[in-house]
Write a protein that binds this ligand. Sequence first.
Ligand SMILES: Cc1cc2nc3c(=O)[nH]c(=O)nc-3n(C[C@H](O)[C@H](O)[C@H](O)COP(=O)(O)OP(=O)(O)OC[C@H]3O[C@@H](n4cnc5c(N)ncnc54)[C@H](O)[C@@H]3O)c2cc1C
Ligand SMILES: O=C([O-])CC(=O)C(=O)O
Length: 322
Amino acid sequence: LCIAETCPSGSVTVLSDQFSPDTTSDAAAGILIPHTYPGTPIHVQKQWFKETFTYLFAISNSAEASEAGIHLVSGWQVFKNSPKEELPFWSDIVLGFRLMSKAELQKFPQHQFGQAFTTLKCDCPPYLLWLEKRLKAAGVQIYTRKVADLWELHSEYNVVVNCTGIGARQLVGDEKLFPVRGQVLKVHAPWVKNFIRDGDGLTYIYPGIHRVTLGGTREKDNWSLAPDPGTTKDIFDRCCSLEPSLRGAQDIKVKVGLRPSRQHVRLQREVLSQGGVKLPVIHNYGHGAGGFSVHRGTAKEAARLVGECIAALQGSSSRAKL
Ligand SMILES: Cc1cc2nc3c(=O)[nH]c(=O)nc-3n(C[C@H](O)[C@H](O)[C@H](O)COP(=O)(O)OP(=O)(O)OC[C@H]3O[C@@H](n4cnc5c(N)ncnc54)[C@H](O)[C@@H]3O)c2cc1C
Ligand SMILES: O=C([O-])CC(=O)C(=O)O
């Protein structure tokens, strides 16, 4: 969508073997709380987060908000011990960041320290369906197709953007990319209005417009997409210990996703070449546990790289004509 919006001279086609509700993004909680990529400078991660927050904040303030599944949500991140960094790098981008008061902490007898803030949440599938609708409105073609090798696209397209998430491990043989399996529950508990996240990153409660997401797990190198009933019980018990009223939650559905994890997001240009024929590729995958938090920022950078490729192609074709 970002490419279609910023490079109007090109025509964009989306190819994917799976669509919503069968993607990693559909399993996510979709909360905007960044995860740190150890291999990317903090100022770059902050920029990506800021651009994403600004983009979604505008949607949350528009009449589209409900259909797009974008909403503000306030809550608490609580810690059993004070974290090394009391002020995370994103504290001045979320709204109203402050340390929790003693009165607030009384709700969490096992925790000693906490941060209160307001952030945004993307509900999926609605957000993905809304993006798809905007793609169609922008004239983008959408096809179901599994790509076995990027080179197979060279005769049909001038530039390829690889945003295949964990699929890039097989598609481009990236062994630095690994799955971190996450299981979550989506429950009906409309009285839960505030988010609660344990600072250890394992247990969280994120209210969405219709359902509350309860998490979670982080299982490195586990490729299983099958829900595990023991894990479901464990997640539910952990969440109830943070928010006891969840014992009354109903209609529990289980989702599993594989976080496409890497030391850093692979956001770069590569030129594939065979027999003198070239195919520029922009990679944009490896967003790990924080894809929602930085998606618009990384998309903007990918679109800028696509713009560079188009300019180079236009330059070479006008030189060829000369
Ligand atoms: C349980 C869980 C909770 C999460 N919670 C959050 C959260 O609260 N906040 C946050 O910021 N992030 C969260 N994340 C992380 C976030 O979900 C991911 O970073 C993000 O979804 C990755 O998006 P993506 O588009 O790169 O990958 P995907 O959503 O997996 O999309 C990749 C697409 O590429 C297609 N594809 C792959 N290979 C091929 C191929 N060879 N040919 C054709 N198509 C192909 C797939 O079918 C798919 O449609 C969570 C993740 C999990 C698992
Ligand atoms: O950590 C969180 O709060 C949610 C998340 O991004 C994940 O489970 O990957």
